[in-house]
Design a binder for this molecule. Structure first.
Ligand SMILES: [Zn+2]
Length: 225
């Protein structure tokens, strides 16, 4: 079914809940009172409604995406990325990595590296020990981990990501995982435009790290910002 038709039917029957819980600080958001943001999905799913958390300031939603099951969301991703293959942009990803001042005898992780990643092979050619992790992108490279159990077996000196944070359904859980697999003196750098409310026309963007939300997320999971 085409995306437009599928979402027209979902929108017709979907009922926005009256309350939701902020995925960063757990505050209850009152959808009838708290600040509301509306935009139109550039990729065919109609209106996207999001809300600002009155406590930490994050902008979260749309609920119609958050309410999908893991399987339904995985289907959405598969279909979406088959249609809109993102051009590999290794330069930006390599610059993100370099901002950690990496050293060649240390181990690094590109979290959510995707299936089309050119940055990892280029960095490895330069002599950096970089692994990638992506559970949704089947890959037979020995340097790309696709399984959470496998990921937890190692500790890393640095973790970086590129256009990932805005896709997280449970940022606190992901940061708790980072805290477990990052060495004590390790570093993290996460590049995304969604520290501001931009690229809001994409339904796959589920959280914008506005207000105090980054600070709250770091404090909650034991990181220093
Ligand atoms: Zn919040």
């Amino acid at each position: 079914m085409m995306t437009e038709n599928k979402w027209r039917i979902i929108d017709k029957y979907y009922k926005e809940p009256s309350k939701m819980v902020c995925c960063i600080c757990d505050e209850e958001i009152d959808i009838t009172k708290d600040e509301r943001f509306s935009s139109k999905d550039l990729f065919g799913s109609g209106e996207l409604l999001r809300y600002r958390c009155p406590k930490c300031g994050a902008i979260v939603g749309p609920n119609k995406m958050l309410d999908l099951s893991e399987e339904e969301l995985a289907e959405e991703y598969k279909f979406h990325y088959n249609l809109n293959v993102e051009a590999p942009n290794p330069e930006e990803e390599i610059a993100t990595f370099m901002s950690m001042n990496p050293e060649k005898d240390r181990v690094y992780l590109d979290y959510g590296c995707g299936g089309w990643n050119a940055a990892i092979s280029q960095l490895r050619e330069l002599g950096y020990d970089v692994y990638g992790f992506d559970p949704y992108a089947p890959n037979d490279s020995e340097y790309i981990i696709t399984d959470f159990d496998e990921l937890r077996k190692k500790k890393y000196d640095g973790i970086f990501s590129h256009d990932l944070l805005e896709h997280l359904r449970k940022p606190v859980e992901t940061f708790e995982l980072f805290a477990k697999i990052l060495k004590n003196d390790g570093k993290m750098v996460h590049l995304t435009a969604c520290y501001n409310y931009v690229y809001e026309y994409d339904r796959f963007h589920l959280v914008f790290y506005t207000g105090d939300s980054v600070k709250v997320l770091c404090e909650k999971t034991g990181f220093q910002g």
